[in-house]
Design a protein around this ligand. Structure first.
Ligand SMILES: Nc1ncnc2c1ncn2[C@@H]1O[C@H](COP(=O)(O)OP(=O)(O)OP(=O)(O)O)[C@@H](O)[C@H]1O
Length: 341
């Protein structure tokens, strides 16, 4: 387990970590979520001694991290760090020279380097110049360099930044395979889909503090931490309180335009919402009725923003995991119920 205890850190007079108690359990993939500037990278850099806390402690497998050179070498063997930008990590001219840089530096053998080259699909790339590689390939070289030291823990700072769909899929496979082989991960990301795919524990950071922890993505906190996925899309289901659709629904239908479908024996009204505009008039129209909204996170953001301005009580009922069981369309990931306060 990696743990921080009451961790404080400042860059000059700028306080960035404010008493962080973080924990990453062995064998798990812990995801660190938070908006830009929340302090994720700063926290991650403490987990293998790249930064020294102003106050507080870091513990790895029950041993308190010390900051002399000899202790730090031991820490770096146990905990590898994959930087957000591979160019910050790659230092040698060729792929092979770069991957063996770490083990060579501390007099370790190259067996894990060879294994890493294979497992990351870099066989045949050994003599390639790193600066001739694509972004995705560079990322794999950076990971191979970390694996060459055979660490138990792998810290990744935004590993999906700049990856296309194939690169993302490949990254997910790499993490899953390594996890199955017993590695522990701590990963920071803004990518909610990716987080859901690989994560087992989720830690939410805001303004230098941990504000929440959960064992599945909690949309309320993901939202607070500035995450977004997909487009603002969703389906609004309005269930009127009385059997007859009251007059107010005429406004609602008008507001929704031609997309609204009103059936003859209406007990509920269903509307597909395909853009980010959920206007005040719509919220006014649905006020007082039970409303279910199945939507993408972006739409959730829109609704929550609007609901703050309008007296509609908003309660998130379910996250993606539950809803996925009843609706396989991946754009739908949350259910909201609104009712009059
Ligand atoms: N070397 C530095 N010197 C001074 N301030 C820094 C330095 N590095 C980071 N900061 C500041 O510390 C705060 C936290 O930065 P950090 O990189 O840890 O956040 P983050 O959550 O990783 O953000 P992002 O998601 O944008 O990568 C930010 O306000 C940032 O400007």
């Amino acid at each position: 387990m990696i743990e921080t205890r009451d961790l404080w850190f400042s860059y000059g007079s700028r306080e960035v970590l404010k008493g962080v108690n973080f924990r990453a359990n062995k064998g798990e993939v812990t995801i660190l979520l938070g908006r830009n500037g929340a302090g994720k990278t700063t926290l991650l850099m403490h987990l293998n001694g790249l930064l020294k806390p102003s106050r507080g402690e870091v513990w790895i497998d029950g041993v308190r991290v010390k900051y002399d050179r000899k202790s730090l070498i031991e820490v770096r063997k146990k905990v590898g760090f994959v930087f957000q930008n591979p160019d910050d990590q790659i230092i040698a001219p060729t792929v092979w020279q770069d991957v063996v840089f770490g083990p060579k530096n501390i007099g370790m053998g190259y067996e894990f380097a060879e294994e890493a080259i294979k497992s990351l699909g870099l066989k045949g790339y050994e003599e390639r110049l790193c600066n001739s590689l694509s972004g995705g390939e560079k990322r794999r070289v950076a990971i191979a360099g970390v694996l060459a030291m055979n660490p138990d823990y792998i810290i990744m700072d935004e590993p999906t930044a700049g990856l296309d769909g194939f690169g993302l899929k490949n990254m997910i496979e790499i993490i899953e395979n390594l996890r199955d082989s017993g590695k522990t991960f701590v990963i920071s990301t803004h990518d909610l889909d990716f987080a859901r795919e690989v994560g087992e524990r989720f830690v939410y950071m805001d303004n230098g503090e941990i504000v929440h922890e959960s064992d599945r993505v909690d949309l309320r906190f993901a939202n607070r931490c500035g995450l977004r996925i997909g487009n603002a899309r969703g389906r609004l289901i309005v269930i009127p309180h009385n059997a007859e659709i009251p007059d107010v629904d005429a406004d609602f239908i008008a507001a929704m335009g031609t997309k609204a479908k009103k059936r003859a024996s209406v007990e509920k009204l269903e509307v597909d919402i395909t853009n980010a505009v959920l206007e005040r008039s719509i919220l006014r129209a649905i006020e007082g009725h039970t409303v279910m909204l199945i939507c993408s996170t972006e739409m959730l953001n829109v609704v929550e923003r609007e609901a703050e301005k309008f007296p509609v009580f908003l309660e998130i009922l379910d996250g993606f995991d539950h809803l996925a069981a009843v609706n396989t369309d991946s754009i739908f990931d949350s259910t909201i119920k609104t009712k009059r306060r």
